[in-house]
Design a protein around this ligand. Structure first.
Ligand code: UDP
Length: 236
């Protein structure tokens, strides 16, 4: 198998790390994510990870109860860092060098994201895990993925989700939902397709970055997808 992309940003939601649990981190899912990244990297593609935090905390849920949104978002970004640390520990266990760089500074825990730190770790062959979102409230980890993809020089954001592509509606709720094979960024925005928030899609479009959506539930699918095989939808 030959990869279509030489450098990608792999985005997984916090939800993906829950596995079959209702909350938190399922160690088996962390193992699977790391297996998939190790396998896909062995094909020669340089991969950086962005993880979300929705399995642990979302700022909007706190705000919905009348509490302060900004503090809630800070808590959400800390949740993202917890997920990133769980993933790094799994790389550590396997003796694979991995570096967590965070948009939210928590210096005792991991290095803050800077372009220089990213380049140094990338050139040293480390797996990069971008944590802490953008570091700013009112954003999502999808927007952080688009931002870091541009900074990392990724040709694609490859998004592992609960479903195997982009649909006109949630296929788990709507039996008539139509599945798209290929789309443009503008069409995603015009039709309001919920694969990523609009700011993330616009950032990807403006920086000529593809968005590839596939199901995280198929072991080894990440490697197939970056080789243009398997089941996925592509925005380009
Ligand atoms: N968050 C934030 N700024 C960012 C990224 C994330 O404030 O740049 C906060 C926000 O509260 C969000 C939470 O972190 O709800 C977890 O991120 P997200 O919901 O995007 O995670 P995912 O849905 O991918 O699991």
């Amino acid at each position: 198998m030959k990869p279509v992309y030489s450098r990608i940003l792999y985005k997984i939601s916090g939800e993906a790390l829950m596995g079959s649990k209702d909350f938190g981190i399922d160690p088996m899912m962390v193992e699977q994510v790391v297996d998939d990244v190790a396998h896909a990297s062995s094909l020669g593609t340089s991969i950086a990870l962005v993880v979300g935090g929705g399995n642990l905390f979302r700022g909007v849920s706190l705000a919905a109860g009348g509490a302060d949104r900004v503090t809630g978002d800070h808590m959400g970004m800390l949740a993202i860092i917890m997920n990133a640390l769980a993933i790094r520990m799994e790389f550590d266990k396997r003796g694979v060098a991995a570096t967590v760089l965070s948009g939210l500074a928590v210096p005792q825990v991991c290095a803050p994201f800077t372009q220089r730190a990213m380049i140094e770790a990338r050139d040293a062959g480390h797996v990069l895990i971008f944590a802490g979102g953008t570091g700013s409230p009112y954003f999502t980890s999808d927007t952080a993925a688009a931002l870091r993809a541009a900074e990392f020089g990724a040709q694609a954001i490859v998004k592992g989700t609960q479903v195997d592509g982009i649909y006109s509606a949630d296929p788990k709720k709507d039996k008539n939902a139509k599945r798209y094979e290929t789309l443009t960024h503008d069409r995603v925005l015009e039709e309001g397709l919920g694969i990523m928030d609009a700011s993330a899609v616009a950032l990807a479009r403006d920086n000529d970055i593809d968005v590839v959506v596939f199901s995280i539930h198929q072991k080894g699918e990440l490697a197939r997808v970056i080789c243009g095989q398997g089941t996925f939808s592509r925005v380009s």
